[in-house]
Design a protein around this ligand. Sequence first.
Ligand code: OFO
Length: 172
Amino acid sequence: MLSKKMKEALNEQINKEMYSAYLYMSMSAHSTNVGLPGFANWFMIQYKEEMEHAMKIYDYVNDRGGKVSLKAIDEPLSTFKDAMDMFQKTLKHEQFITKSINELVDLAIKEKDHATQIFLQWFVTEQIEEEGNDNDIIAKLKLIGENGNGLLMLDKELLARVFTPDTTSENA
Ligand code: OFO
């Protein structure tokens, strides 16, 4: 059984993951609109991953006998200066999510909730990958600078990203 505090914090995290999905869906739409199908693909896969994160927590709250309560999802930004702006905002958002996951772990430790501590380890590891991916793409965008050909080459590279469902999830 989850404590009230733990359940509320996990429900908040479901909302943050749903907002993440919404934000990346919006970046995907923007990328399509400015003629960058590879970036659009990358962000759409990111959207799917975030939905998976939300569902992972949703299932966990249910499995532990808690009640999932869904909250309103904030409206995401819909216009961006350029590709660098999208990825800098993505990195900043992921750093916020990492902080939020770390706070959940702190709470699970405080509540002596061992099951939730173990559950959250997957998210701790995932955040290393998420921030790493964003930093890699930001580094490439810095090299590209104002070079249009470079941007189109990176767009082609991002078009190759495929969605790999998480097999550890109940919804996989
Ligand atoms: Fe982007 O990792 Fe979930 O939110």
